[in-house]
Ligand binder design. Sequence first.
Ligand code: SD4
Length: 318
Amino acid sequence: MWGMIATWRMALEGITKGAELLENGKCAGDAIEEAIKEVEDFPYYKSVGYGGLPNEEMEVELDAAYMDGDTLDVGCVAAIKDFKNPISIARRLSIEKVNSMLVGAGAEKFAHKEGFERKNMLSDRAKIHYENKIKKLKKEDIVPYDGHDTVGMVSLDKNRKMVVGTSTSGLFMKKKGRVGDSPIAGSGFYVDSEIGGVTATGLGEDLMKCCISYEVVRLMGEGFSPQEACDRAVSKFDAKLKSRRNKAGDMSIVAMNNKGEWGVATNIEGFSFAVVTENEPPKVYLTKIINNKCVHEVASKEWLDDYMKTRTMPLERK
Ligand code: SD4
């Protein structure tokens, strides 16, 4: 059995490419890297790679991580600027025994020395979003945009190796140097090939309070199905944050075990995700929450068409 699961509709083209690799016997790491690069390179996604929205200072600072479920190696970059594919840098770092998580200037120096491709990641479209936001600021305080479209993917190959990867520009209008959950093991991602893998998207500051990805892998290791493990973790942490702090940030997680079974849970309406397995062609699903449980429906053609139309629609300066 092989398969991939990923956060958000934007992962569809990536997992389709990853599936081809997995089907042809390539490893889970190659599938993840190629699939995430596809999302990083697509200019119309506002929260991953090129075209990602900038921080308060109009700089695109990116976070990414890669984890190998066989060796438990983890590599991460955080707040890195001006490199085309942060996921590839994270993968390269994952084989280092020390210095495997690098931030800012240190990450850039490493990437430069290793010959990774440089690119100005601020697109014209992202600049317009920034300028429009700045104009609105005369009326309101600066607050990070609360949309959240980090791409996180789990892959399983024919040899039962599992890998997880993430890539994000984090929150729009974040402070310079702000790092979310996406490059933090246990919070934004976790994988153990003997059990399964998980990745999260949502408000990083809250996801980190829960170490949610590790918790879901742990629950799967205790025998829960991916769906039960996801439902349990999201409802537990959503309730905990609400009781201790009166509110819980957005949290959505996707999981796959080493048999290719998958599960998804969220505390928001309208979460979408993409899945492919040996038995199921690449598909986008939408979740609904019914009685604290997440129910998944295949996205309609109308929904998919509308998604691409709104993403690529011309953007005007206000
Ligand atoms: C973060 N979890 O940096 C990420 C946000 C997210 O698109 O999912 N962003 O907090």
